[in-house]
Design a protein around this ligand. Structure first.
Ligand code: ADP
Ligand code: MG
Length: 152
């Protein structure tokens, strides 16, 4: 796929299936916002940068993120969802806020997990892979991409 892929939309409520319990809340993009990605990408886990408008003192900083693009069981696996975990400790939820994301690369396919521990371990690996990739100088320019709103 032609990276970077830009996605943006108001954060939707999910089914609250315990993202926060896993230590990994995922902010859902609205269905209509994911076609730039779903039209060219396979399902799986991706990395990039993301920004949320009007949260945490309105700073709108750009943060590393990992994103899952996957089939949603609630819709009988007929609908793709894009969920983003931002690697930043926000002081509050940000449902309804606009989220901008720049997808920069693919980490792995969607997998089924035999246990919650196995899933948590893989998420930790995904975060490390994302941070290691984004630390490369070639990715710096994307954090200040004009798609993101200027931050203070
Ligand atoms: P839901 O099923 O509603 O998506 P989650 O448990 O996955 O519930 O939590 C996601 C919500 O948590 C996001 O919509 C956002 O409001 C909030 N949140 C707080 N911190 C983060 C973060 N670092 N990354 C993503 N979402 C976060
Ligand atoms: Mg979620």
């Amino acid at each position: 796929p032609p990276y970077p892929i830009f996605l943006s939309g108001a954060v939707q409520r999910g089914f609250g299936r315990g993202g926060k319990d896993l230590g990994c809340p995922t902010a859902n993009l609205p269905d209509e916002s994911i076609s730039p990605m779903s039209s060219v990408c396979e399902t799986g886990v991706y990395f990039g940068f993301a920004q949320v408008s009007g949260v945490d003192g309105d700073e709108a900083k750009v943060h590393p993120m990992v994103m899952s693009l996957g089939w949603n069981p609630f819709y009988k696996n007929e609908r793709l969802t894009a969920e983003i975990h931002i690697m930043y400790d926000f002081s509050s939820d940000f449902y309804g806020h606009n989220m901008q994301a720049l997808v920069l690369g693919y980490i792995r396919p969607e997998l089924d997990y035999v246990s919650r521990e196995a899933l948590i371990e893989d998420i930790e690996t995904d975060k490390r892979v994302a941070l290691n990739s984004l630390a490369r100088p070639a990715y710096d320019k994307f954090a200040s991409d004009p798609h993101f709103h200027p931050h203070k």
